[in-house]
Each structure stands twice: as structure tokens, then as C-alpha cells.
Design a protein. Structure first.
Length: 359
């Protein structure tokens, strides 16, 4: 006897919790596959008698089909999951704006998840998005210098992809997925060389967390650029990749050591991102010093809020909104083939926060 032939059963009462498709299948006396074909929009034909039984069971149980599941059954979901580290950071909000602009033009909804810079939370977000059966996942943020964390994320992404989902990431190629690449090391080197060529010889480095790949790569670039000019940093300050973390780190340094001025020369601080540079400037001013009079400062990213910063900040401009658009385009055109890569090049912008130094 077929599993979908009528069978004698007791009428079930409506479940106490949310009604599932499995509940409907049992109520109708059909297989789960048949119930899914009827309610989730499959193109496979189901007999009229079975269709009526499934719809009647769904009505009795007050079952509402999951819209995302219906879309996946039709081979296409209209939801993309975007995972960022911190949406309050203008870097990530600019990336997100690029993703959403392109998604809106394609009739796709973007659901946002924030990891707060926590690798384990990022994996958990991807797992949740996979259970929700979104069409694609976009990871807009640095990877961690931790193989165990990378492996855990790769495993979750592979499970998502094996179920038909697509993935794109920025900015390091370590996940085996479509990636928008930024050569943070090279861009950091170009910034350090350009600032050194203004005549600066005394450098402070304001680095982010050592376990964050973007921070590590930019710091490596700063060091390579200085060494290409025969220089070494006077001090290397570490802290969170945030405005407040940078403020605390610089304020503590100025309190404990004061601002170094070998032979009366003005030093320059290279920050691993713009929000850290903004925090550093605030700490310098609160210490009674001036930028750039006492300390020159440079950042990295060219976030939109820099238009309100005085003096204008020297930085590396990254096309953040364009990176977001490229990320969406990668998942929108994905076909399950080999991983593809889009390369983005930055631009060093020398502004008033690093005026030419006395030779």
C-alpha cells in the first residue's frame, strides 16, 4: 500500500506549539514529501484527492507555510543574509548600503546579522541563516588568524552550500568561497611610504587586535613601508578595532610616556582604520595637544564620516559601497562553480592631518 493512500487514524488535536509541515502530513495521512509538494510550491504534480486532503489538514491545524521554504522549493529564495562585525561602524554600514542598494534593484530582501567581532557568534549566525534557508550568505568583515575558528566557519558554510546556498566574503581568501579581495598589506605599505615621503621619520603605529587578519595585514604593510624607507616605528600601540578602544590606548600611552619628539621633530601616528584614527585624535586633544601641530595622524578606509573631521584625515580610500555591490553580484550570479575573486584597489589620499614635515 502506498504511504499516501488513505489510512485509518485518529483525528489529532492542534499541537500546543507551532504547527509544522510534519504535523500537517500526519494529519492528512500523507508523506512529508507529498505535503511539501502541495504547500511549498513544487512543480511536481500531486493528485487532486491528495491535494484536497493536505489543504484540509492545513486548514484544520491553522498551518501557515514558510515563505522562504516555498521559495527554495521553487529553486530561488528572495532573502540574502548579510553578516557584519559592527553595523555602527561606518566601514560596515557603507558595505551594507552597497549590498542593499544592489539587492533592492534585484528584488531581493537582505536580513542583517551582527557578530560584534566574535568569531563564534559569526558561525552561529551562519547556522541560523542556513536553517532559515536563505538564498545566500554574505560575510562582510575580516577573518580571524585562528585556524580552528576558520575551520568551524568553513564547515558551516560548506553545509550551507551543499544545500544549494551561495556564499561571498570580503576581504581575505581563506574560506574557499567567492571573495572580494583587498590587499591590505600592499595598501598599508603604500600609505606608510607616502607619509614617509612627506619627510616624517618618527612613527607610532596604532594596531588593532593581533588575531584579526585585516589588522595584522595592515600592520605588516605599515612595517614594510617604513622599512622600505629605512625606518622603524618608535612605538606600537595595540587595542580594539574601535574608536573607543583607540581612544583608551592612546590616552594611556600619552599619560604613561608622553608624546615622543626626538630632536624636536613631530611624529606621525598610523592607525589601522579610520575609526581608530578618530579615537586617537580625540585622545590627543583631550591631553591638551593638537593635530597636526603636535602629532600628525593617518587612518585607513576613507569612511563617509571623515567629511566632518577636522583636519581632513590622510587615509587609504577603499570603495566601500562598491565592495558591497560586488559582494551581492557574486551571490546573485553564482552557479555553484569554482570560487571567483574580485580585486579592489585602494587610493592613498594625503590630507591636512599629515602636512609636510620639516626636513
Amino acid at each position: 500500500m502506498s504511504s499516501d493512500q488513505p489510512r485509518r487514524r485518529a483525528r489529532r488535536s492542534r499541537p500546543d506549539g507551532p504547527v509544522t509541515l510534519d504535523d500537517v502530513a500526519r494529519e492528512a495521512g500523507v508523506s512529508l514529501a507529498t505535503a511539501s509538494r502541495v504547500l511549498n510550491g513544487s512543480t511536481r504534480v500531486v493528485g487532486e484527492a491528495l491535494r484536497e486532503r493536505v489543504h484540509a489538514a492545513a486548514t484544520r491545524l491553522d498551518y501557515s507555510a514558510n515563505a522562504q521554504a516555498q521559495a527554495m522549493a521553487r529553486g530561488r529564495s528572495d532573502v540574502v543574509g548579510l553578516v557584519v562585525h559592527d553595523i555602527a561602524d561606518p566601514y560596515f554600514s557603507s558595505l551594507a548600503a552597497g549590498v542593499m542598494t544592489r539587492a533592492e534593484a534585484s528584488g531581493v530582501i537582505v536580513t542583517l546579522a551582527v557578530s560584534r567581532g566574535d568569531a563564534d557568534r559569526e558561525v552561529a549566525h551562519v547556522a541560523t541563516l542556513r536553517r532559515q534557508r536563505v538564498r545566500a550568505v554574505i560575510l562582510a568583515g575580516s577573518r580571524w588568524v585562528d585556524q580552528a575558528r576558520t575551520d568551524a566557519l568553513r564547515a558551516e558554510l560548506e553545509a550551507f552550500r551543499s544545500g544549494g546556498g551561495f556564499v561571498a566574503a570580503a576581504t581575505q581568501d581563506v574560506l574557499g568561497v567567492d571573495t572580494v579581495l583587498v590587499d591590505n598589506t600592499r595598501e598599508g605599505q603604500r600609505l606608510a611610504e607616502a607619509v614617509a615621503d612627506l619627510g616624517y621619520r618618527e612613527f607610532l603605529l596604532l594596531e588593532g587586535p593581533a588575531d584579526l587578519a585585516t589588522s595584522r595585514d595592515r600592520t605588516a604593510g605599515f612595517l614594510a613601508g617604513l622599512r622600505a624607507r629605512g625606518l622603524e616605528p618608535l612605538h606600537r600601540l595595540a587595542g580594539p578595532f574601535t574608536r573607543d578602544g583607540a581612544y583608551d590606548s592612546v590616552a594611556r600611552f600619552l599619560t604613561e610616556q608622553g608624546l615622543p619628539r626626538p630632536e624636536g621633530r613631530r611624529p606621525v601616528l598610523l592607525a589601522a582604520n579610520d575609526v581608530m584614527a578618530v579615537g586617537a585624535i580625540a585622545a590627543v586633544r583631550d591631553a591638551g595637544l593638537e593635530v597636526p601641530g603636535d602629532l600628525a595622524v593617518a587612518g585607513f578606509d576613507d569612511i563617509p564620516t571623515l567629511r566632518d573631521i577636522s583636519p581632513p584625515l590622510t587615509t587609504v580610500r577603499l570603495p566601500l559601497a562598491e565592495i558591497g555591490r560586488l559582494l551581492f553580484d557574486l551571490v546573485d550570479t553564482a552557479d555553484g562553480g569554482p570560487a571567483r575573486h574580485e580585486h579592489v584597489v585602494g587610493e592613498v589620499l594625503l590630507r591636512d592631518s599629515t602636512p609636510p614635515a620639516a626636513r
